[in-house]
Design a protein around this ligand. Structure first.
Ligand code: 5AD
Ligand code: SF4
Length: 454
C-alpha cells in the first residue's frame, strides 16, 4: 500500500497523480492511513517557506512508521532540487530512503525497487533540465475535472521566484501528445480540462526560437491534419474535442498575452470566461524590481483590451505583498489595481525569501510586521471586492458543472460556474458531471446559492 502526500501547485498535484499511476502499475494500492502504508511519498514544493516547515513537521510524524513498520519513506518534487535541503535531510532525517527530483520522477519505480532489494539509500536528482517524458501512467484524483501539463520549467526569472532554478528551462510537450491525452480524458467521461504550465502562453516559443525539429502537425481523430505551433492554436484544437465542455489554463504571463490568445478565448465556446492573470504587484517600481517586464499601466491596458474584446470576461490573480523595497505608495498602487480590475478571486502571498534568488540578496527587506499589516489590508479589500462582484450573479442563470454532493449536507450538491464560483443547490445524483443551468438566488461570500428547476 502507498500514500502520496502532495504540497504545492497544480503541476505538483498532476505529478503526484503520475507517482500514483506508477505505484499502482507496480502493484501497490492507495491508502489514506499512514500506519498501513508500505511506502510514503512526499511530493514537495519550495515556492514559499511554509512548505518547508510543513515537510519537516510531517517527517517527524512519519518517523514512527519507519521505526515500527519499516515503511519506505521517499521524498520527491521541487524542494529536492535545493542542495541545502537535501543536506539537511541527510543530516537530520537519516531515515529517509529515497530522494528524487522532478526531472527523475519517471525512474521512481526503479529507485523503489533498488531500495527494497538492495536495502540502500537512494538519491536520484538531476541538476540539468530533464526531457519531458511521455507515457507515464496516471491515476487521477477526480473523475470530472483533469489537469494536463503542456509544458515544464520557466525562463522568466522573476526575482522572487525559485521555480526557474528547480524546474529548469521551458520545455513544451508535443501537441499531438497533448491532443491524445485530452481525447482520452473525453472518452473517459471527463468534462473539464485545465492546461498547466508555469507560463502557458509561451507554449512552444522556446522550441520555435531554437528551431527545434518538433512535429507540429496534429492528426485528429477524424483524419484531419492541423498545425499547432502556439498556445492560441492549442486552445482552438482542444476546443474541438467532443465531450470536453470546459477548458481552463494556468498560468499565463501578462507580458506574453498576445492578441491571438485573446481571440482564441473569445472564439472558443469551451474556454471559460475567467482568466487567471498574475499581477504580483500594482507598482511599476516593484514590478521592475521583480523583473516582471510590464508596468502598472501595461497590465491595466491589457485587462481593458481583453474586457473590450470578450464580453463577460472575469479575472483572478496572484499578488505578493512585502517584496523588498515596497513602500506604502507602492502597496497602494497594488490596492488601486485590485479596485480597478475587480477580481473574482485573489490568491495573496506574503513575500518569502528564497535562497539563491536575486530578491533574497536585495537590501531593504520589509519588516515582518509591515508585511502582515499590508497583507491584512489587502485581504479586507479583496473580500469587499469579491462580495461586491458576487452581487452581479444574483438573479442570473449560470451554467454550472456539478461536481458532487456537499461534504456537510447530503441533500446539497455543489458545482462551479465558468468563472469558478462555487454554487450550492438542492439536486440529485443524476446531475453529477453535467453542466446545468442554475438560477442564482443569493450570494454568501465564498459560494452562491442556486436553484434547480426540473
Ligand atoms: N514569496 C511569496 N510568494 C511567491 N510566489 C512565488 N514565489 C514567491 C515568494 N518567494 C507566488 C507568486 C506566484 C504564486 C504561484 O506564488 O504570486 O504567482
Ligand atoms: Fe516564477 Fe515568474 Fe516563472 Fe511564474 S513566471 S514560475 S513567478 S519565475
Amino acid at each position: 500500500k502507498y500514500t502520496v502526500l502532495t504540497m504545492g501547485c497544480q503541476l505538483n498535484e498532476n505529478d503526484s497523480e503520475k507517482i500514483s499511476g506508477m505505484l499502482e502499475a507496480s502493484g501497490y494500492t492507495k491508502t489514506d492511513d499512514l500506519s498501513q502504508a508500505n511506502v510514503i511519498v512526499f511530493n514537495t514544493c519550495c515556492v514559499r517557506e511554509n512548505a518547508e516547515d510543513r515537510l519537516f513537521g510531517k517527517l517527524g510524524e512519519v518517523k514512527k512508521y519507519k521505526e515500527n513498520n519499516g515503511t519506505i519513506i521517499a521524498i520527491g518534487g521541487c524542494m529536492m532540487q535545493e542542495k541545502h535541503i537535501v543536506n539537511k535531510l541527510k543530516q537530520s532525517y537519516p531515515f529517509v530512503d529515497i530522494v528524487f527530483g522532478p526531472h527523475t520522477m519517471q525512474d521512481f519505480p526503479k529507485d523503489l525497487y533498488a531500495s527494497i532489494v538492495e536495502n540502500k539509500k537512494i538519491e536520484d536528482i538531476l541538476d540539468i533540465d530533464g526531457n519531458i517524458i511521455e507515457g507515464v501512467p496516471i491515476i487521477r484524483d477526480d473523475s470530472i475535472k483533469a489537469s494536463v501539463a503542456i509544458m515544464n520549467g520557466c525562463n522568466n526569472f522573476c526575482t522572487y521566484c525559485i521555480v526557474p532554478y528547480v524546474r529548469g528551462r521551458e520545455r513544451s510537450r508535443n501537441p499531438q501528445a497533448i491532443y491524445v491525452e485530452c481525447l482520452d480524458l473525453a472518452k473517459n467521461g471527463y468534462k473539464e480540462i485545465t492546461l498547466l504550465g508555469q507560463n502557458v502562453n509561451s507554449y512552444l516559443v522556446s522550441e520555435r526560437k531554437q528551431n527545434k525539429n518538433l512535429n507540429l502537425t496534429v492528426k485528429k481523430e477524424n483524419g484531419e491534419e492541423v498545425e499547432v505551433n502556439s498556445f492560441a492554436k492549442l486552445l482552438r484544437l482542444i476546443n474541438t474535442i467532443d465531450g470536453i465542455e470546459r477548458i481552463r489554463f494556468i498560468s499565463p504571463h501578462p507580458k506574453d498575452f498576445t492578441d491571438d490568445v485573446i481571440d482564441s478565448i473569445r472564439d472558443c465556446d469551451k474556454v471559460c470566461n475567467l482568466i487567471h492573470l498574475p499581477l504580483q504587484s500594482g507598482s511599476t517600481n516593484v514590478l521592475k524590481a521583480m523583473n516582471r517586464k510590464y508596468t502598472k499601466e501595461q497590465y491595466l491596458n491589457l485587462v481593458e483590451k481583453i474586457k473590450a474584446k470578450i464580453p463577460n470576461i472575469q479575472f483572478s490573480t496572484d499578488i505578493i505583498v512585502g517584496f523588498p523595497r515596497e513602500t506604502e505608495e507602492d502597496f497602494e498602487d497594488t490596492l488601486d489595481v485590485v479596485k480597478k480590475v475587480g477580481y473574482e478571486q485573489i490568491f495573496m502571498f506574503i513575500y518569502s525569501r528564497r535562497v539563491g534568488t536575486v530578491a533574497d540578496k536585495m537590501e531593504n527587506q520589509i519588516d515582518e510586521k509591515v508585511k502582515h499589516e499590508r497583507f491584512n489590508r489587502l485581504k479586507s479589500l479583496a473580500e469587499k471586492i469579491i462580495e461586491e462582484g458576487n452581487k452581479k450573479y444574483v438573479g442570473t442563470v449560470q451554467k454550472v458543472l456539478v461536481e458532487g454532493k456537499s461534504k456537510t449536507n447530503d441533500k446539497i450538491y455543489t458545482g462551479r460556474t465558468e468563472t469558478n464560483k462555487v454554487v450550492n443547490f438542492e439536486g440529485n445524483d443524476d446531475l453529477v458531471g453535467k453542466v446545468i443551468p442554475l438560477k442564482i438566488a443569493s450570494e454568501h461570500m465564498w459560494y452562491l446559492k442556486g436553484e434547480y428547476e426540473n
